[in-house]
Design a protein around this ligand. Sequence first.
Ligand code: PHE
Length: 328
Amino acid sequence: MFNYTKIFKEANKAIKKSKNLYELESIRINLFGKKGFFSKKIKLMRDLPIKDRAKIGFLINKAKENIKKILVNHRIFLENNIINTKLTNEFFDISLSGRYMNLGSLHPITCVIFDIEKFFKERGFLLVNESEIENDYYNFDALNISNDHPARSTHDTFRFDEFKLLRTHTSSVQIKTMCERSPPMKIFSSGKVYRRDYDKNHTPMFHQIEGFVVDLDVNFSHLKKICYDFFSEFFKKKLKIRFRPSYFPFTEPSAEIDILNDNGNWLEILGCGMIHPNILKDAKIDPDIYSGFAFGMGVERLAMLRYKIDDLRVFFDNDLRFLKQFKS
Ligand code: PHE
C-alpha cells in the first residue's frame, strides 16, 4: 500500500528537477496540499486492517519528514541562484557614496528641561508630574487665589467649562503633593502650562519648573542659595541676578528673580517665596512646626538667555533651519 523507497525516490527526483520557485511550489502542493498525495494516502488508512495501520502510518510520516527536508533545501538552493544571477547580471557602482541619513536631535527646550531636572535630582529633589488639565480648585482656590484675582480672568486662562481648565502654572502640583505626602518634602515638577498670551516673551503654551521644600527651620536664605546655585550652574558663568519683592497669593514673603540680558534688559525668570501658612494648613501641615519655600521658573526664558534669543516664539515655529543649530 505504501512503498517508501519508491515514493521517496520519485519525490526527490521531481524536486531536484524543478528549475524555479513556481515549479517547486506546485510539487509541494501536489504532495502536501489538502487534496495532495499524502492526504489521500492518510485517508486510505481507514480501510487498512488495524494491525497494518501503525506500520504504514510510520512509513508515511517518515516519508513526509524526509521529503520536506529536501523541499526546504532545494528552495534555499533556488533562492541563492536568484541572488547570484542578480549579482552577476546587475551593475553596481561600488564607488558611489552612501545615502545621507538625517538624524533628528533634541529640541532646545527639551535640552534645557533635562539640564534643570538633572540639577534638582542631584540635590535630592523628587520629580512629581501632574496632569495638564486641572480643576479650578487646585489651580486657584487651594493656592489662595481668590475669585477676583487677575490670573482668573478668562483673558489668561483656557477653560473647558466652569470647573476644568488647562493649568496656568505648575503650582497646582505644590498643593496636590502636599496634601498627599507629609514633611519633610523636597519636590520638583516640570511640564507644560497654558495662558492666553502671545508676544516676544509669551506663547500660549510654555514650560515651567516648580520646586518646593517643606521641613523644619526652612528659611528664605535656603531659597536664595538654591536659586543662586542653580543659575550659576545652568549658565556656567556669573550673570547679574536681582531678587525683586513681589506678590503671590500662595507665598509670603514673595519675590521674583530677574536676570540682566545682553541688551541691558531685566528678564523675569522665576517667582518664589516662603509657602503661605494658609497653604500649609490646607494641606494639614502645621505652620507652627514646619515651613517651606517654593519657586516656579519659566523654561523658555532660561533658554532665551542661554542661547541669546530675543523672541520666544521661534522655539515653537519648528523651522528646521533654526532647530538644527542646536544639534550637538
Ligand atoms: N506659579 C507662579 C507663576 O506662574 C510662580 C511661583 C511659583 C511663585 C512658586 C511662587 C512660588 O507665576
